[in-house]
Each structure stands twice: as structure tokens, then as C-alpha cells.
Write a new protein. Structure first.
Lengths: 356, 225
């Protein structure tokens, strides 16, 4: 697991205690914010039996052709319209009991991850099948090294509070380690200030971890522009002028995906892309040499690092997927053969009380 | 339209047309005009977003609520403190030592809360309803057509899930099912590709309509009338 200790300047003992205390404050603030978020806005929406609409909107917000800002606007409009229709808010408490089924699944999911993480930490080898796009990353960086050119990495165009950006920045950490080892130039253009800070920290950390901190430069990560197409225009121009040897796009992309991938293709770079945006994947498949499809993006960091914590997470997800397949098959049998028992139980498990 | 155009409107149309054509010139190759417009675009965008965030976030969502009703909004001090900590990235400055490590707290809370919120949102909003709908539709089967559709969706969902199963090599039966899954994925991508291209073509038509109708037909046309 990446730690942020190695790059931190030495401080006194009191500073360590202060850091521990502040970390605890941060942790509790995070928990409080999550609980507050769910026990206010979403719980209010539940009063009108519309919680599934809000959650689906939140979940869908990353899978449309809209930009982050468009999605945020829709979320806020939808949430406000839902809340606007409610009666005055009732106190809902800190626990949303109607989500008992989600709670059960989270417990199962978390348990599976912890189980496999412990297994990996104990030294058991965990198999992950070959993912060609990820195998090609080292080859692409090697090509850039041989040609003496830059590796371009774009962690998507979404904010840091989007899960795809977090996945992209995590992969950036792995790639930065490789570029540091090979002493290959790295360029990371970003669209948001928070992503800029996160990416800069990640790259700096990676260079320090492989003992190449002296090769790190702050301008490896660059804030370009806040507007989606201004960002694309700048990166396109940069690609045509600098001719990077390898372009790696990992994260959430929208309408600019084909603009970037086509310019990269025209500049002669080997291109590897990964996104969980279904609308943009076809463009990446058409214009890039390798493409990670959806879930493969999230598996990438574990695949590249082979660290126990990440591998455990990946294995836990696989167990969860296998369980979903089993639930679906049991559900089909239940609905067709035992509708009043098995079929009903599985329906209640997945449906909760929302439509009852 | 042409008769009523003012000098300002003419200038705006010509500027818009110049910028549009300059950006289109990239289709031929990178050139100084494109480079100039690209830098103007990126610079304007960065400046615009800085102003937008100052107005819509710092003033509207932080300063104004704190000033008007501090007691009810004192919780806003938490994000304010984290926001200020981000500025420690600028250290060391003069006598101020390197405190840039403090900026990681804001990043940590953003990343951690995002992961937590999205886990529930995805599970509750997508995974559970879709799992339920995949088998529940068999209870609504009335004829062969609806049964075939339900079966098609069942096969598509299961084979796609199998494709994204990383713990086993895709060989034998698993490999065969995963291959079916990738076919489903590719068919979906093909449909999505066509749908999105249609959207992009409409954007191109919009720009062409501007160049031909508004600029050539409007501004240039009025010069010869």
C-alpha cells in the first residue's frame, strides 16, 4: 500500500501527536459528513419513496455523456425537486433503517475484502488473469524511454470526488514508479485544482518510493483549464507539438475522448485507455491500441501493484460478482418454481421495503 | 437579420467565425493560429472558472451564509479550514516552514468520503435494482416473445459479469461464457457509438449552420447588400 510517510519532512514528537489527533478529527469529520449526507438529503427523499431515484441518479451520474458539472446540476435539480415536494422534514435519525438490505450486502462485501486481504498478507498467492491493456503499460513506457520521449497520462476530466478519477490517480502512482525507474519524462495535464494537488502528491510520492526523488519536477503535473474543450484543445495541441511516445488515458472521459485519442493516434503514440463511461468506450476502442473496459479500470491498480490490500479488494469484488450470478440464477428458479418462498425472499432482499 | 446588425454584432460574428475556423484548422495540422486560439481558450477558461468558483462557492456558499447566520452555518468552518490547508502547498515561503503535508488532509477526506458515498449509491441505485430486474422479469412472462427477451437479458448480464471475473483464466466453459459476454458488450458499444456519433454530427451541423447562415449569410451578406 502506498504510504505518504517517506516523503514527509522529519518533525518532532509533538508534531506526530498533533498529526494523529488531526487524523482522528479528519476521520470523524468524514464519517459525520457521510452520515449527515445520508440522514438528511437522501432520507428526506425516502419520505417520498424516491430514494431509489436519487441513488440511481447518483450512480448514473458517472455513466452519461454529460460532464461532471452537468451531472452535478442534474443531481441538485433532481434532489431539490424531490425535496421540494416533501412535507416538512421529520427527524430521521442517523440510521436509515430502510437500507437494511444494502447494509447486509456492504457487510458481506467488506467481509470478503477483509478475508482476502488477510489471506494475501499471510503470503497466499492470489491469481489474477492476464489483462492485455495493463501488460502493455510497461511496454509503452519502455518504448517512450527508448525513443527519449514523454509519457502522457490523463487521469480523466472529472473532479477528485469521482471514483474514476481516484482510480486514475491510483494507476498514475504505479506508472510514475515505472517512469521514475526508467527516467522517462512524464506529463500529466489535469482539469481541476484538487486533481492537480492529488496527482502531484501521487507522482512525488512514487518518485520518492523508488529513490528517484531528485528526478521529480513539480511541472510534471499541470493544471490546464477548467473548461472541457479548452482542456482538450490544449492537450491536442501539446500532443502534436511534443509527440509523446505513449498516451495513457485512465479515468472518466466524456465528449473529448475521441478528440484526444484521434490526436494521439495522429501523433504516432502508442495509446492505452481505460474508462467506465460506456458512451466513450467505443471511441477509445476505435482509436487506441489497448482499452480497459469499465471494471478493468478499477482492477488496474491491484493488477499493477500486486499489493495485498488492493489484491484483497479485487478478490472480494470477484466473490461479490460470483454471488450476484448465484443470486440471479437462484432468483430465476425461485420466480419460476418457488415464487412464494425463494422468489419472494430474494425479492425482499434486493428490494427492501421501497415498493411494499 | 442582416439589416439590423450593429457594428458590435458584426465584430462578434467575425470573432466567433475566426475562432471556429482557427480551431477547425487543426484538422489540417497544428499551426500558429490554432496555437494562439488554443491558448486564448485555455486562459479564458481558467480565468472564468476561477471567477465562477469565487462567486458561486467561496462567496455564495461560504462567506454569505457565515456572515448572515453564523450560528446556523458554523459547520461550514470545517470545509473552510480544509480549504485553507490546501494553501499550505505553497509553503515554504520566507520564514514559514514547509507545511505542505497539511494539504493532504483535504485530499484524504475528499477521496475517503467519495469512496464511501459511491459504494452505497452504486449498490443501492444500480447493483441491487438491476440484479432484481434480471430475474424478476421472468414473473411477468406471458408469451414466447417476453420469455425470449427475459432470457436474452439473463444471458447478457451473466456472461458480461463472467467477462469481468478476474480470478480465473478465461478458458474452457468460463472462457466460452466470457466470449459471449464480450459479444454482448461489443453490440452495446456499437449501438452507443452510433448514438453518440449522431449527437456529434448535430454539433457539427450547428457550427456549420453558424458559419453559413449567421456569418456568411448574415454578416458577410450584409456587406454586399
Amino acid at each position: 500500500m502506498n504510504t505518504i510517510e517517506t516523503n514527509r519532512p522529519a518533525r518532532g514528537a509533538w508534531n506526530k501527536y498533533a498529526q494523529l489527533a488531526s487524523s482522528a478529527v479528519v476521520y470523524f469529520a468524514a464519517v459525520f459528513c457521510c452520515v449527515w449526507f445520508y440522514s438528511s438529503d437522501i432520507a428526506l427523499a425516502q419520505e417520498t419513496n424516491n430514494s431509489d431515484i436519487v441513488d440511481t441518479t447518483l450512480a448514473d451520474s458517472s455513466s452519461s455523456d454529460l460532464t461532471t458539472q452537468d451531472s452535478s446540476i442534474i443531481e441538485s435539480v433532481l434532489a431539490s425537486s424531490v425535496i421540494g415536494e416533501t412535507k416538512p422534514a421529520k427527524p430521521t435519525g442517523l440510521i436509515a433503517w430502510r437500507k437494511w438490505n444494502a447494509f447486509l450486502l456492504v457487510i458481506f462485501f467488506s467481509g470478503a475484502i477483509i478475508f482476502f486481504t488477510q489471506k494475501a498478507k499471510a503470503g497466499k498467492s492470489l491469481f489474477i488473469r492476464k489483462i492485455p491493456g495493463l501488460e502493455a503499460i510497461e511496454e509503452a513506457v519502455g518504448r517512450a524511454t527508448e525513443m527519449g520521449r514523454t509519457v502522457l497520462f490523463i487521469p480523466g476530466i472529472q473532479e477528485l470526488d469521482e471514483i474514476q478519477t481516484i482510480a486514475g490517480v491510483t494507476i498514475l502512482g504505479r506508472i510514475a514508479r515505472i517512469t521514475a525507474e526508467y527516467e522517462t519524462p512524464l506529463m500529466v495535464p489535469v482539469r481541476y485544482p484538487l486533481v492537480f494537488a492529488g496527482a502531484q502528491e501521487t507522482v512525488k510520492q512514487s518518485y520518492a518510493e523508488v529513490g528517484r526523488g531528485d528526478f521529480y519536477r513539480d511541472d510534471m503535473v499541470r493544471y490546464v483549464a477548467g473548461e472541457q474543450f479548452a482542456f482538450a484543445a490544449h492537450v491536442n495541441g501539446w500532443m502534436m507539438r511534443e509527440k509523446p511516445a505513449a498516451n495513457i488515458y485512465m479515468g472518466g472521459f466524456f465528449a473529448e475522448s475521441l478528440l484526444l485519442a484521434e490526436s494521439g493516434f495522429a501523433s504516432g503514440a502508442i495509446q492505452i485507455a481505460g474508462t467506465a463511461e460506456p458512451a466513450q468506450l467505443p471511441f477509445f476502442i476505435a482509436a487506441c491500441d489497448y482499452t480497459l473496459l469499465g471494471e478493468e479500470l478499477y482492477a488496474a491498480s491491484a493488477y499493477l501493484s500486486h499489493e495485498p490490500l488492493l489484491l484483497g479488494g479485487l478478490k472480494g469484488q470477484d466473490l461479490f460478482k460470483a454471488s450476484l450470478i448465484a443470486i440471479i440464477l437462484l432468483g430465476v428458479i425461485g420466480v419460476l418454481v418457488f415464487p412464494d418462498t425463494l422468489g419472494n425472499w430474494l425479492t425482499v432482499l434486493l428490494n427492501g421495503e421501497y415498493n411494499n | 437579420m442582416t439589416e439590423s446588425l450593429t457594428t458590435g454584432a458584426h465584430l462578434t460574428l467575425w470573432l466567433e467565425a475566426f475562432v471556429t475556423l482557427a480551431l477547425f484548422s487543426f484538422l489540417y495540422k497544428d499551426n500558429p493560429v490554432y496555437k494562439f486560439v488554443e491558448h486564448v481558450f485555455a486562459g479564458l477558461s481558467a480565468g472564468y472558472y476561477a471567477g465562477l468558483i469565487c462567486q458561486s462557492v467561496i462567496y455564495t456558499q461560504l462567506m454569505d451564509p457565515l456572515y448572515t447566520d453564523f450560528g446556523a452555518n458554523f459547520m461550514l468552518l470545517i470545509p473552510f479550514v480544509f480549504g485553507m490547508m490546501m494553501l499550505t502547498r505553497l509553503t515554504p515561503i520566507g520564514p514559514i516552514p514547509d507545511l505542505s503535508w497539511m494539504s493532504r488532509w483535504g485530499l484524504a477526506i475528499t477521496v475517503g468520503s467519495t469512496a464511501g458515498i459511491f459504494l452505497i449509491a452504486q449498490l443501492h441505485g444500480l447493483v441491487m435494482p438491476q440484479t432484481l430486474d434480471t430475474f424478476a422479469q421472468f414473473s411477468k412472462v406471458t408469451d414466447f416473445r417476453s420469455f425470449a427477451m427475459a432470457s436474452l437479458i439473463l444471458v447478457g448480464v451473466i456472461s458480461t459479469l463472467v467477462y469481468f471475473y478476474f480470478s480465473k483464466e478465461h478458458k474452457g466453459v468460463l472462457g466460452g461464457v466470457a466470449k459471449v459476454g464480450i459479444w454482448f458488450i461489443m453490440v452495446a458499444f456499437g449501438a452507443q457509438f452510433g448514438y453518440t456519433v449522431m449527437g456529434r454530427v448535430s454539433l457539427l451541423i450547428g457550427r456549420m449552420s453558424f458559419l453559413i447562415d449567421d456569418w456568411i449569410g448574415g454578416s458577410i451578406g450584409s456587406l454586399f447588400n
